[in-house]
Design a protein around this ligand. Structure first.
Ligand SMILES: Nc1ncnc2c1ncn2[C@@H]1O[C@H](COP(=O)(O)OP(=O)(O)OP(=O)(O)O)[C@@H](O)[C@H]1O
Length: 249
């Protein structure tokens, strides 16, 4: 079953239309990459999937986005939605508090106070993010003392701690060195066994390394979507062929 189904979605920032009639199905427990030149609407679409655009004054949408069978644009509680659809940003953004408190933040906000329960959640999330062994002896240290790559895995752990179903990632490795990038990519491949991942990336090698499916956007339109290998090796549309072969960027 598809995890997310976007149907005839158009999005406007005031008078300016950023997305045009997008229809796209995102299967569960796979990685979907959004690619395309700067300004084509990748982040806008990603943010629509957990209604982060609600925060932008003058932003409105038409069409629907279903999380399984529930239309998230119609009345679904936004806190509940963001618990089910978590997000990791381009720049690691740990809170200025301890490693433990960063991961426990979400569960605490949802009312979990029991120390043993919190300990178990924190450990599980850090293990899932591939960080437990590195930080288990310094859980009380400030998150800001970690390296950039560790901070990004901490942000992934923080997102996982509330047990989401979908993880949205907006260029999660663009601020990281190659080794940290490889760590995050390996982690994504592991996480897709349990989560649905939607990732914006400018890195076409990255999309080919880890994405099951790829969607190519251009000027607010979805030009083509399919299995990653097909989109890169045998694109159906001329625009896609030109983009993936580096003729424009
Ligand atoms: N908060 C906003 N208010 C008004 N316009 C916006 C806002 N955010 C994005 N836009 C516009 O919407 C269009 C799509 O932007 P978006 O950030 O989604 O593109 P993108 O493909 O993610 O770009 P990049 O790869 O550079 O991050 C652009 O024309 C942009 O200027």
């Amino acid at each position: 079953m598809d995890k997310l189904t976007i149907s005839n979605l158009s999005l406007f920032y005031g008078q300016s239309q950023a997305l045009h009639d997008i229809s796209l199905a995102i299967p569960g427990r796979q990685i979907m990459a959004f690619i395309g030149p700067s300004g084509c609407g990748k982040s806008t679409l990603l943010k629509s999937l957990n209604r982060m655009n609600d925060l932008v004054p003058g932003c409105r949408i038409t069409g629907s986005i279903c999380l399984e069978d529930q239309d998230i644009t119609q009345g679904l509680d936004v806190n509940l939605l963001r618990r089910r659809v978590g997000m990791v940003f381009q720049k690691p953004n740990p809170f200025p508090m301890s490693i433990y408190d960063n991961v426990a933040y979400g569960p605490r906000a949802h009312g979990i106070r029991n120390r043993k329960e919190l300990d178990a959640i924190v450990r599980d999330a850090l293990e899932s993010a591939g960080l437990w062994e590195e930080v288990k002896d310094r859980l009380k240290s400030s998150a800001l003392s970690m390296s950039g790559g560790q901070q990004q895995r901490l942000c992934i752990a923080r997102a996982l701690a509330v047990k989401p179903e979908v993880l949205l990632m907006d260029e999660p490795t663009s601020a990281l060195d190659p080794i940290s990038t490889a760590h995050i990519e390996a982690l994504c491949l592991k996480l897709k066994e349990r989560y649905t991942i939607v990732m914006v990336t400018h890195n076409m090698q990255q999309a080919q390394r880890i994405a099951d499916r790829t969607a190519f956007f251009w000027m607010g339109h979805l030009v083509e979507e399919g299995e990653t290998e097909q989109v890169f090796r045998h694109p159906k549309m001329e625009k896609t062929a030109a983009y993936v072969s580096g003729q424009f960027g």
